[in-house]
Write a protein that binds this ligand. Structure first.
Ligand code: GP9
Ligand code: MN
Length: 412
């Protein structure tokens, strides 16, 4: 339809990079192992609590991976499922409800489908009820071939806590399934232990809690450390299974773990009050691309979950010229210079816009407020483009527009 053509023109002009990155195809035919780190935020990386490192393994990993230090989550009400949607499709989540529920049976051109065309098998590993977030339905729509849900695991009183199976047992029990997947594979692991309210038994705690009036904040550091240890163990198991060398391992925080209701206590940890500008900066989550044998680099330019699909597909050598989405390959130089949030807030290279206030990025200095009409905001042009993109994405999702778009018909 004409709407789709309009969107395609926009994407070609404003979103897609015109050049290929030097890393295009560098991991061709390698397995892709993607790990979603439940509720892990960037502020724990390289930081300490009570004088101890919070994430020693991930800290080391920043030295031999591509580590994106200004990478933002962009989820809305669908939380983990929204992050899966963003990563899988390079489309935005919806303004209301979880897209996994609201549009679970749309036509998508998601990562697993794009990779299946290259001979990849695909599987998701997550030890929860398969219908949680409507995953069983949506995973079919997105083309995942297998879903190892909680029924694939032996779950006992001893190996579970909080939301269910502890991550360390989750990875251990997953290995036999992973080893059986036809290679090359695209596998997605969704961790669970570092989930609100962050309760962990004595036996799994290796650092002291923080000391504030918020139990949530206090314990968060301990469960994040538990996740760090689970990832360390997983890397070991991948090596033992002979899968490490031939894989690209990607780690990503799905969304924030500490909500604004806990900002008084979190402010105590930082030693300063958290304002609206800081709140946006706190939406950064870790994003690692670890390619064994490659040195890696700390990447500082702003980036977000919307960018994951084109970035990973390009590393694996998949051409995305005809894909419609709103992210850019993070290894190209020419890139869209803003990250949009679902409520219309954004971060750009120069500005942060939230709660109708335009800030200078880096300093947090207020440049303009929407209520002050005598001072038109420098954020205005980006604000409009953000809104346009969110609307286009909604057009695609609500209209199920990919029904009318054949990716392989190059005449389009
Ligand atoms: C549940 C897990 C957590 O299966 O993905 O979901 P969340 O509450 O973070 O969206
Ligand atoms: Mn989550």
């Amino acid at each position: 339809g004409s709407k789709l053509n309009e969107i395609k023109d926009y994407v070609n002009e404003h979103v897609k990079s015109k050049e290929k990155s030097d890393l295009f195809g560098i991991a061709e035919d390698k397995n892709l192992i993607f790990v979603s780190l439940e509720s892990v935020q960037s502020f724990v990386i390289g930081n300490k609590v009570n004088g101890e490192e919070i994430t020693p393994f991930l800290n080391d990993l920043t030295e031999n991976s591509y580590y994106f230090e200004n990478f933002y989550h962009q989820v809305a009400q669908g939380k983990t499922s929204d992050s899966e949607f963003l990563v899988g499709n390079s489309l935005y989540p919806l303004p209301g409800g979880a897209v996994f529920f609201v549009r679970g049976q749309n036509e998508y051109h998601a990562m697993p489908e794009r990779l299946a065309e290259q001979g990849y098998s695909s599987a998701v590993f997550h030890a929860n009820d398969k219908s949680f977030w409507n995953r069983n339905i949506m995973y079919d729509s997105m083309g995942y071939q297998k879903f190892f849900d909680e029924t694939a695991y032996e779950i006992t009183k001893e190996n579970s806590v909080g939301w269910g199976l502890k991550d360390q047992s989750f990875f251990t029990q997953s290995m036999k399934y992973l080893e059986d997947l036809p290679q090359p594979f695209y596998s997605k692991f969704i961790t669970l232990t570092n989930h609100h309210p962050y309760g962990l038994g004595e036996e799994d705690t290796s650092i002291e809690a923080f000391d504030s009036e918020s139990e949530t904040v206090n314990q968060y550091f301990q469960t994040v450390r538990y996740t760090d240890e689970a990832i360390q163990q997983f890397f070991k198991q991948l090596k033992q299974a002979g899968l490490y060398e031939n894989s690209v391992i990607v780690l990503m925080g799905d969304h924030y773990g500490i909500s604004e209701y806990e900002y008084d206590a979190l402010g105590q940890y930082f030693g300063e009050e958290i304002d609206a500008y800081d709140d946006i900066q706190l939406q950064r989550v870790p994003f690692f691309i670890h390619i064994p044998g490659q040195e890696g680099k700390v990447m500082s330019k702003i980036s977000g979950q919307i960018d994951v699909k084109p970035t990973l597909l390009h590393l694996l050598g998949v051409d995305t010229t005809h894909d419609i989405g709103f992210g850019t390959d993070l290894f190209t130089k020419q890139r869209k210079d803003f990250i949009a949030f679902r409520d219309g807030s954004f971060v750009s290279d120069k500005y942060v816009y939230t709660e109708e206030t335009c800030y200078e990025r880096g300093t947090g200095r207020i440049l303009a407020e929407d209520t002050n009409s005598s001072n038109p905001s420098v954020c205005e042009p980006v604000k409009d483009q953000v809104q346009k993109e969110l609307d286009y994405s909604d057009d695609i999702v609500y209209g199920d527009l990919f029904r009318f778009y054949d990716l392989n018909d190059k005449s389009e």
